[in-house]
Design a protein around this ligand. Structure first.
Ligand code: ADP
Ligand code: MG
Length: 236
């Protein structure tokens, strides 16, 4: 793989007992682009994110971020290198306000952090809800909040695990526009998404997992007609 990759995953395997959740998976991301990661339920997408972010140490293989090995690092160390992620299951603090949810993830001086948080709330048009308890926000608004919380630490690589799932049309459009703006700012984004319309509209290239293995990779238009991909989704 070229050195220009921001993220380079090589032959990564992760097992849980007898289950091989990720199986000799390799993929490389060029900076400044949006990539999709798709595959049927249980195909290993979240586990791959967990391996990259140090939550589930990989069993085999190598993971490099900007040329340096990160497999073996702890989650906070990976985050400090510049990789941010969201979780498939929302992890906002319901008893904190939207603004407080953003402030708790940074160690910057309060005023700097607050300014940044308010800019990010504006970024996804949530600023009028900044003092609302996160638990009172709609599901979609909570997902947007979690998304911008990742941006508080200004990561270069952002992993989004089903950010659009359960989000209504209007908020979805906000989210997609925000993701595209991040790309335009030079960020690299890897997004797990089931809606092929979203994937087609956003992603430069798509990786397809099935039973933990990468079975296809390429532009979304090509992937959609790939026999193995169609088989993986509809063939059983
Ligand atoms: N912590 C875990 N312990 C045991 N098995 C797990 C664990 N996490 C995931 N798995 C298994 O690994 C496989 C891949 O799961 P996952 O990565 O969540 O898939 P996806 O995100 O593509 O739906 C599944 O068979 C799942 O049951
Ligand atoms: Mg998942």
């Amino acid at each position: 793989m070229p050195d220009a990759s921001i993220l380079d995953i090589r032959d990564v395997t992760k097992r849980f007992g007898g289950v091989t959740a990720v199986n000799r998976c390799s993929l490389a991301l060029t900076p400044g682009k949006i990539y999709g990661l798709i595959g049927p339920n249980g195909s290993g997408k979240t586990t791959l994110f967990n391996c990259v972010t140090g939550i589930e140490p990989r069993d085999e293989g190598e993971i490099r971020f900007k040329g340096e090995r990160i497999d073996g690092l702890k989650p906070h160390q990976v985050a400090r290198r510049g990789i941010g992620r969201t979780f498939q299951i929302i992890r906002v603090f319901p008893e904190l306000t939207a603004l407080e949810n953003l402030l708790v993830v940074t160690r910057e001086p309060f005023e700097t952090a607050r300014r940044k948080a308010q800019e990010l709330l504006k970024f996804v048009t949530l600023e009028r809800l900044q003092h609302e308890y996160a638990g009172n926000l709609s599901y979609g608004q909570q997902k947007l909040l979690e998304f911008i919380r990742v941006l508080m630490t200004d990561p270069e690589l952002i992993l989004l695990d089903e950010p659009a799932a359960g989000v209504n049309r209007t908020l979805l459009n906000e989210l997609l526009a925000a993701i595209a703006r991040l790309r335009d700012q030079g960020k690299t984004i890897l997004i797990v998404e089931h809606d092929m319309k979203v994937v087609m509209g956003l992603c430069e290239a798509v990786f397809v997992l099935d039973y933990g293995e990468k079975i296809a990779e390429g532009p979304p238009g090509v992937i959609q007609t790939d026999e193995r991909v169609i088989e993986a989704y509809f063939g059983r």
